[in-house]
Design a protein around this ligand. Structure first.
Ligand SMILES: [Zn+2]
Length: 412
């Protein structure tokens, strides 16, 4: 029976958002949290972008070591042979790719401006698929960018060509957030039925419909007999109005009226990690979680009016669809209100030793402590905000990996 897989794109769509970004260590922690949450795949970056290559390679090493397991790490590139070759040159261990190319007449005329025809689009894409396969890609997704403004007939032709060349998934991109749940259902169902391969939904929130469209599209894929992959981002952060929020998408699939009976999530997703990943993303991006954010917002379980407060005290189910405990909330939070010692880019060994000691981390030697401190300094230079506990622990535990992913020497 077909199922819904979560493919998170925070480390690609999220970080390419205007005015926002993550350090390489923050991106790594994001992959770790996504893995702990049971997310199937992370689109973890851009294999043709020079400053990403150390980070990508280091995260693939973490996968090899079993730290990032079972999550699948996949890179996003353009669907052209040159990008595929560059990706494998710069990140030789990459095994999962999504290849993206615009398919709509709007983009063919407005962006390529006569340089590409529809036949060129298909040719570029299948050549890129062939190249990726021959260079060692294990799974390949093909992205129809601006798919929602592309004729269905051409999308089917595009998908069939991809399938014929051995692609594994078809990403239907509602790049501008133009679809509604009714249109995306019909389109994705038709794609699933006519192309016969798993369909990814990549939805944006320009009309406030990203999550609704994602689950409607997933229903279309499954009704069409195929697995569905929903693209999410943590806290919905992505281009412009953002993407489908990871936590809200999980809640919509698992808690909305009767949905999960026929359209279940694949694998075991740990919703109890929701609060932690949302708070980390908020801190790392420097973007507060809206007070009314589903599940993780400050007001998601707050009641003040007489009838609601009375009702929820008598029986939480009177006014709550799900429990705060399911999202990992309800534990007391420690906030320091007195003296604080912080490990930063100008820290010395005494303050650093104190910070690590608070977390019950001790070092075998002075040399080791100094080596970790040096890495912490560099991590702080990159993030420009105090590192969270998990970042400090990560550096202490995997100094060689940390050194690699913090290496930002410009390449030739
Ligand atoms: Zn996008």
């Amino acid at each position: 029976m077909p199922e819904i897989y979560l493919l998170d794109v925070t480390n690609r769509d999220g970080v390419q958002t205007a005015k926002l970004g993550l350090s390489k260590l923050e991106k790594t922690l994001m992959n770790i949290y996504l893995n702990e949450m049971g997310v199937f795949q992370s689109e973890f970056g851009f294999p043709t972008t020079k400053h990403e290559s150390h980070y990508l390679q280091a995260n693939l090493e973490l996968a090899e070591m079993g730290v990032l397991k079972p999550i699948r790490l996949e890179g996003w590139i353009r669907a052209i042979v040159g990008d595929v070759e560059t990706a494998f040159k710069m990140v030789p261990d990459i095994r999962h790719l999504n290849l993206s190319i615009s398919t709509s007449n709007q983009m063919i005329n407005g962006k390529f401006q006569g340089r590409k025809t529809r036949d060129d689009i298909i040719n570029d894409m299948v050549e890129a698929v062939d190249a990726a396969r021959s260079l060692g890609a294990e799974t390949i997704g093909v992205n129809a960018e601006d798919g929602s403004r592309t004729d269905l007939d051409f999308l089917i032709k595009f998908g069939l060509a991809a399938k014929e060349h051995g692609a594994d998934r078809f990403r239907y991109c509602d790049t501008l957030g133009y679809d509604n749940p009714f249109t995306i259902y019909e389109t994705v169902r038709a794609l699933a039925e006519n192309v016969g391969m798993p369909i990814e939904q990549h939805c944006h929130g320009d009309l406030g419909l990203a999550v609704a469209n994602s689950i409607a599209g997933a229903k279309g894929a499954i009704d069409g007999g195929q697995d569905a992959y929903i693209n999410t981002t943590v806290n919905g952060i992505g281009e412009r109005a953002g993407n489908a929020d990871l936590v809200a998408t999980i809640l919509a699939i698992t808690k909305s009226k009767g949905f999960a009976e026929k359209y279940p999530l694949a694998g075991s997703v740990e919703l109890t990690r929701a609060s932690k990943i949302a708070e980390f993303a908020s801190y790392a991006f420097g973007v507060p979680i809206p007070i009314n954010q589903p599940g993780v917002g400050a007001n998601a379980f707050a009641h003040s009016s007489g009838i609601h407060a009375d009702g929820v005290l008598k029986d939480p189910e009177n006014y709550e669809l799900y429990s705060f405990k399911e999202l990992g909330r309800g534990k007391p939070k420690f906030v320091e209100t007195g003296r604080e010692i912080i490990a930063g880019q100008y820290s010395g060994i005494s303050g650093f030793g104190h910070v690590m000691g608070e977390m019950e981390v001790s070092f075998a030697s002075k040399e080791e402590a100094n080596e970790i401190l040096e890495l912490v300094r560099y991590a702080n230079v990159e993030s420009q905000r105090p590192l969270v506990e998990d970042e400090l622990l990560f550096i202490a535990k995997y100094p060689k990996i940390a050194k690699k992913l913090l290496t930002l020497t410009p390449l030739e």
